[in-house]
Design a protein around this ligand. Structure first.
Ligand code: ADP
Ligand code: RBF
Ligand code: MG
Length: 386
């Protein structure tokens, strides 16, 4: 996934974008628009998302008016929809790794700025719900404070001035194309973290494209390295999913020799969209059998280029039989790597086995092994529904 150019410039400051980069805003946008468009007899189909990402609220509203042929002006749409958005901001989740990154840079005294196409007032409100964020930024600038928003470099050039540094010593972290264009035009180093799936190929002007903030390696840019990786794994705030094991693509055991017990994606689409694709590990509970070590991929399986984001949990245990229909409970406690494509099936299989070994070993460490006893893994479906 990482497509870094070999020679990187070293930087001393970081300028962050907000929506889609630090905050998981995309879900809120489609939630609000799905409800709102009904009023005009229209149905949100998500197609405009790509045109909206990284744009100012006015530009985004104009796209919606145009694409859906709404009988109102852009200003009217904005004034109708702004209060609905304001109510949602308290519920916007931080992107996985966002607080970790902010705390890390602040701890090491790396100056940080926030540069977003949304208005200064909205930025302040959105970040107020995330502890420690506001104090971490030496400078904050919104789209309403410049003549031309991103993709113009203005907002980033102003942010560098605000930090009192040369643009060339800034690293920009961005999820959108207009943002990456703006950062490059400002003469900065740019890491792209696309917030929409399967977009990597569009970000050719970025200096590096990573899959999620969890994959950022600040030392590549001369900044202090994260020290929280342990034995090839990154501890994460645990999250939990479970349900009956369903039929998957029918190729885990057949094609790879690695069975993966699939859960219904419909039941978990919200939680799946919160978590970046990648290889994770944790504990798996089967009501009548026990608790087992588990390693899994979340995503589109680039090697097979799936159209749906699935979870593929491989239980690190030899079973004598299938367990379709049984209640499977997962506690996901750590991250290993982004999903990747491979030149051959053998190399994919070898990598998955390596993931299995990493997980097997890491799950013995106290910070991961303690979750083996999590009551969630043992409760039966009857207990859950009562
Ligand atoms: P599918 O495409 O239907 O998921 P797989 O070939 O991936 O088929 O096989 C997965 C099934 O194999 C699981 O649903 C489960 O019933 C069974 N199974 C046996 N051993 C394991 C294991 N160690 N990990 C996961 N599933 C296993
Ligand atoms: N598929 C990929 O295309 N790329 C990967 O990097 C990848 N990593 C995986 C890691 C683990 C631990 C597991 C269990 C599966 C992984 N797969 C990956 C998914 C594999 O392609 C999937 O299990 C099969 O497609 C079965 O549906
Ligand atoms: Mg499977």
């Amino acid at each position: 996934m990482s497509m870094a150019k070999p020679f990187r410039k070293l930087v001393s400051c970081v300028i962050l974008d907000l929506d889609g980069t630090l905050l998981n805003t995309d879900g809120i946008v489609s939630d609000v628009l799905s409800v709102f468009l009904v009023k005009y007899g229209k149905q949100w189909n998500g197609k405009a998302t790509q045109k909206i990402v990284g744009r100012t609220p006015y530009e985004a509203a104009a796209v919606i008016v145009e694409d859906y042929g709404l009988p109102i002006s852009t200003d009217e749409l904005l004034s109708e929809i702004t209060p609905i958005f304001s109510e949602k901001w308290c519920n916007i989740k931080a992107q996985p790794g966002a607080s970790r990154l902010i705390n890390h840079l602040r701890f090491h005294g790396v100056p940080m700025a926030l540069a977003s196409n949304s208005s200064k007032e909205n930025i302040e409100t959105k970040i107020s719900y995330h502890q420690g964020w506001k104090e971490s930024f030496s400078y904050i600038i919104g789209g309403d404070q410049v003549t031309s928003p991103k993709p113009s470099p203005e907002i980033y050039l102003e942010a560098a001035k605000g930090l009192k540094v040369d643009p060339s010593s800034c690293l920009v972290i961005e999820d959108s194309l207009p943002g990456v264009t703006a950062g490059k035009a400002a003469g900065m180093e740019v890491v792209a973290v696309p917030s929409l799936p399967k977009q990597t190929h569009l970000f050719t002007s970025a200096d590096e494209v990573i899959n999620s903030l969890l994959d950022l390696q600040p030392e590549k840019w001369g900044l202090p390295a994260f020290k929280d990786w342990i034995e090839g794994t990154l501890p994460i705030e645990p999250w939990y999913i479970g349900g009956p094991v369903i039929k998957g693509f029918g190729r885990g055991s057949k094609v790879l020799g690695i069975p993966t017990a699939n859960l219904s994606t419909e039941d978990y689409s919200a939680i799946l969209s919160e978590h970046p694709s990648g290889v994770y590990f944790g504990w798996a509970g089967l009501a009548t059998r026990g608790v087992y070590k588990m390693v899994m991929s979340i995503g589109w399986n680039p090697y097979f280029n799936n159209t749906e984001k699935t979870i593929e949990p491989w239980l690190l245990h030899d079973f004598n039989e299938d367990f379709y229909g049984e209640d499977l409970r997962l506690a996901i406690v750590g991250y290993i790597r982004p999903e990747a494509n491979f030149p051959s099936l053998e190399s994919l299989v070898a990598k998955i086995h390596e993931d299995g070994q990493i997980a097997e070993k890491a799950l013995e460490l106290p910070q991961y092994s303690k979750y083996r006893d999590d009551p969630y893994l043992k409760s039966s479906p009857q207990q859950q529904s009562s």
